[in-house]
Structure formats: C-alpha cells, structure tokens
Design a protein around this ligand. Structure first.
Ligand code: PRT
Ligand code: MG
Length: 218
C-alpha cells in the first residue's frame, strides 16, 4: 500500500477482542468481525486503514517485512521471534498471562532441576525455554510442539512443559502444576521500523491514542 495507507496485523481471539477498545480510542472501527467473516483482509471506517488477520505467532513476521505497518503481539511471541526490524514502543497491558514451567502433580521437580541435571522440556517456545534453563545451569532436551503442550508430561513425552498460564484451569484439568515462573506476559504494539519514519504522521496519533487508552484504563 501507499504511504497514505496503513495495514495493521492482528490475530483473532483474545488479542483481537482486547484490541477493539484501543482501536476505538484511535477512531478506528473494523467493518466486520474476523470471528464471523472468513476474510483475512478486513476494512475499517477509514478507507486508508485495513486489518490483516494472521496467526498470533506470525504478527512479528508480517510487521518485520513491512507487509503490515504495525501490529499487536504477545511478549511470548516477540521474545521468541527476536524483534528484528521492529519497534516495540508500548506495552498495551492486554492478554496478560505468565510463562511458567509445569509438571505432573507430585513430580519431584526440585530434585531433578538442579545445576548439572538434564530435563526433557516440551514447548512452543524453544528459545525462551533454552534461555531459562541455561541460566539455571540445567541441561535440557527441548521438544518443539505447536499446541496442547499440557499433554506431553501426561504421556511421557517430556518431564516438564514451558507454557502460558492464565487462570490455571488448563493445568488443573490435566493434573499438572506450575513449579516455576519465567516471565510475565502481556501484548505490545510492534511497529515496522521503516514505516515509523515514512508514515510517521499517520502512525503518531494512533500510538498516542493507544497510549492514552492504556494509561486511562489503569
Ligand atoms: O490459538 P492459536 O494456536 O491460533 O494461536 P495462539 O495460541 O498463539 O493464539 P491465541 O490467540 O490463543 O493467543 C494469543 C496471545 O494471547 C498469546 O501469544 C499470549 O501472549 C496471550 N495469552 C494470554 C495467552 C493466554 N493468555 C493463554 N492462557 N495465550 C495462550 N493461552 C493458553 C495457554 O497456552 C494454555 O494452553 O491458554 C491455556 C492456559 O489458560 P488457563 O486460563 O487455563 O491457564
Ligand atoms: Mg491459543
């Protein structure tokens, strides 16, 4: 799109829901809901602003390459991606959760997670997991999964998982317990570095409006 237009990358589900009020604060209203429509490109009340609906873990990639000018991504996804080509000017305080280590209830995690020991970890977040255990001096074999991490310790695929926990309901339902906190997670505004310069006049008021909405909501 031209320098007069903006493309925003968002994922469906919790991030989209919690982003709607922020967009509204910037005067941006989508013309339809991605939950109801199967469209991947959604218009807004502004002719020059559109949304692209992507997988949560793909948001940084679309923004990094300039296919979207900005987007909203979980800190989990952003740490894992590495952040190349991205400005992350604002913590939006939405989609909050915690990155945790979890094991089967009753599993003696303490006695197998000391420096020098070796653990098998299943996770969607291999970089975050590797860094966490490396800092503790624990050796890990990381098994990359794409979802349903909670199953892995139950069927002997791994000793532990590294995953996001919000209410704790999923862990409880699967007889797992959190044993270590890695990092608090929320979603951030991510802006393409080149777009921040070339589309500054379009982006600035939106960033200001988001910032006002976040601080006003406190
Ligand atoms: O679902 P899909 O595979 O399409 O992609 P996704 O899981 O990457 O996207 P989505 O929309 O589920 O999550 C988008 C972002 O929301 C994540 O990148 C996080 O930053 C944030 N977020 C906040 C969460 C959660 N809370 C959360 N609870 N993402 C996932 N979960 C999952 C968690 O992985 C676990 O399976 O919910 C389950 C635990 O929830 P509780 O409430 O039972 O503890
Ligand atoms: Mg999900």
């Amino acid at each position: 799109m031209t320098d007069n237009a903006l493309t925003i990358a968002l994922s469906k589900g919790r991030i989209f829901e919690e982003t709607l009020p922020l967009l509204a604060a910037a005067g941006i209203v989508p013309t339809e809901s991605p939950e109801e429509s199967r469209k991947l490109i959604i218009g807004t009340n502004h002719d020059n602003i559109r949304l692209v609906i992507v997988r949560a873990s793909d948001v940084p990639t679309y923004v990094q390459y300039g296919a979207a000018d900005f987007g909203i991504g979980g800190k989990d996804v952003l740490i894992e991606h590495g952040g190349d080509g991205l400005y992350q000017p604002l913590d939006l305080q939405i989609a909050k959760c915690r990155m945790m280590v979890a094991v089967r209830k009753g599993f003696d995690y303490k006695s197998v997670s000391h420096p020098g020991s070796r653990l098998r970890i299943a996770t969607k977040y291999p970089n975050i997991a590797a860094e966490h255990f490396s800092a503790k001096g624990v050796h890990v074999d990381i098994i990359k999964l794409y979802g349903s991490m909670e199953l892995a310790p139950l069927v002997g695929l791994s000793d532990a998982i590294v995953d996001l926990v919000s209410t704790g309901g999923t862990l409880r339902a699967n007889n797992l317990e959190a044993v270590e906190h890695i990092v608090d997670i929320s979603s951030r505004l991510v802006v393409n570095k080149a777009a921040l310069k070339t589309k500054h006049t379009l982006l600035e008021p939106i960033i200001q409006a988001f910032s006002g909405a976040v601080n006003g909501g406190k």
